[in-house]
Design a protein. Sequence first.
Length: 404
Amino acid sequence: MGQLKGCMKESESVLRDVGDGQIRLFRISGDEDELRECLNKIGDGEPLQGDTLVPNFLGVPVLDLFYVVAEVSSTTRSMNPPPLSHPDFGGTDPIKAAREDFIKARPQNKSPSGGSHPSSFRKTQGEGNTRILCGRPRDPEELIPVTLLHPVFGQFLDDCQTGTMKKDDNQFVGELSNAMSNLYDDEERRVQAVTDLFKAVQLDFNIHEKIPGTQYVMDANISPNDQRLPCYVIAEFKNEAATSTSEPYMQAVAYYLEATRAFAPRMSGSALPCFLLVLFGPYIVFAGAVWNLRLVVQVLSTPLAFHYHSTHTHNQLTVARHMAAFRKAVRTLNEYYQHLSVTLTTDGNSLSNQLSHGALFPYRTEFESLDDGITRNIRYTVQFMEAGEKKGLVFFGTLHHAPL
């Protein structure tokens, strides 16, 4: 607080001779039109110049807007704080700092394939500062699941259960089942056969592409056209389940880490969502990967078996729904990263956590009121904590500029 007041006094000549004890600061969230109303509840002061003095404050939704207001008074004058004032915090971006610390703890001294050998990932998963929260082991786990950090994953799960399919979905699944069930001489032939079918339904995988700035080669991936953004689908293939000493799920996770290593700190306002596909023999497993304070991965499906009998309609329906849901999810992520590309072009800094949240919040930020049917916006501020630890999916926030 003292440093902030010092910066303000240097910037505003009218404050240079005012003691720190005579300055009170208020953070006001809301639209610019509502600023005057809040000021009236403080006193008769005028807003300072519009220059941003401290852009980083905790407790304000990522990419949201807020104002810092200073009121000068005598030591005896009482003041009424505005209705939405909160304790003020300054400093660096905590999400960026946490991501940088995690990345530094996992140097690039092993390739994704080498780091996914059981002996290797058992060691890194056993250390608190290098552990990726991915269910291996199950405890500890991320309190906010992947499905709440970007809507594409929750929608994928819903579509896997209740999604509707078209004729071309069933035709595609029939062809894919044949390709997945075939026996191949080597992994390369499996990769080529399966990705050729994916491309026929506009799932344009890049084959054997290097992660920029590294020598690490992914089996297949889907990336935005904008090279300033990371890939949003990574596929890890194994010809058969027993043909590799690397654990394919952990290898796919490691590729996501390397593919986003350069992006995660500077894009701290985004979860950088990505689908991971693990394909081994006739099976596919889907997982969702994101960044919060560290890398978080969540398995989204049981292994889908493509070598089912033609009369096993339940298995066929399950596979068809999963593949239709995946095709839809890829379109959603493509649109999301196109939006990020436009945002980067207009404002290169706008994907950072500019308001210094301590973590990313769940994506659902609106609901339809039962009283009047109007859509209301929720603005999360902090997660509930007990004895210094975050507890469950309970959050505090504001609703129409009133505390929840």
